[in-house]
Design a binder for this molecule. Sequence first.
Ligand code: KG4
Ligand code: ZN
Length: 343
Amino acid sequence: MNVLGIESSCDETAAAVVSDGRHIRSSIIWSQVEVHAPYGGVVPEIASRSHLQAIVPVVRQALAQADMTLDDLDGLAVTIGPGLVGALLVGVQFAKALALGTGLPIVGVNHIEAHFMAAFLDESREPPRFPFVALAVSGGHSSLFRVDGFGRFSLLGRTLDDAAGEAFDKAAAVLGLPYPGGVAIDRVAEGRNPDTIRFPRSMIKEAGFDMSFSGLKSALRRHVELLGHPPSDDEVADIAAAFREAVVDVLVARTMAAAGASNVRDVVIAGGVAANRRLRARMGDAAARAGISLHAVPLALCADNAAMVAGLGHQYLFGSLADADCPRGLSMDPFIRMTATGG
Ligand code: KG4
Ligand code: ZN
């Protein structure tokens, strides 16, 4: 069964073909990073317009890379939220038009569920065992879920203010590092001593599994102001390393606490920030100490992509959820689940 996935929720226009829910036949990602870089963040209206320009060539490329035509497809899956409304509409309307033209079945999937269910892609990797705890952490969300099956997940905790990726992006802007900031901070922090500055770890000792990153971002800004001069390259690297460590401490502590309380054997980390080298290393150490298997989504599948959409779409169309009640068909509404689980 070949499913074409389409993703347009934020600033990546992506299309991919996945066979039988796990085998990635193609994955094309058209990133708008350069278009938004001058603004230091994603401009929604520009994102929508860029998706409109990219969607047809991106889908064509995904079919070509898979060496397939529309005739080889068995179904379509598209992200219906959470995300930027105008951006989502481009992918949803395109996918619906394709379904109308081809007669293929179509299903709408939740972007965040797609992020953590990317742990099932790539048949060479051992998939996580249900139930597991998933940390979905990116520019738009930082949330912890207990996952009991495809389509069956519940929110355990989430950020009460900034998402972790958003905090990285804002911190990088203060330090004069390029957008997207998470990548830049990760790069300059690598190999530096993270303990030359001590930034706060908000809520780390409080009950529950919620998180907060805005106090940390303000502490960094204050630190730079108190320096009284633009930080040197050396100072930027020390600040970046200390900041990264504080974010990672919070994410690791909250995730391991949630895993312990849920008594699970497996933990999944997914989303753009899950590409962070320090997070992957520290979460791996903490999981090993607790006797838990860590499933860090492969780097190529951390940031927004459509393989994760096609893989999850397979479950809804042909797998364990084929009979589930979820948005499918030409009347599906991109607003239905947009706020259901976002962080
Ligand atoms: O999943 P994603 O591509 O888009 C959203 O759904 O938000 O995540 C983008 C976010 C950005 O905030 C970016 O700074 C962050 O992921 N990011 C990282 C790294 N790579 C990307 N943050 C920390 N370390 C990284 N290596
Ligand atoms: Zn995302």
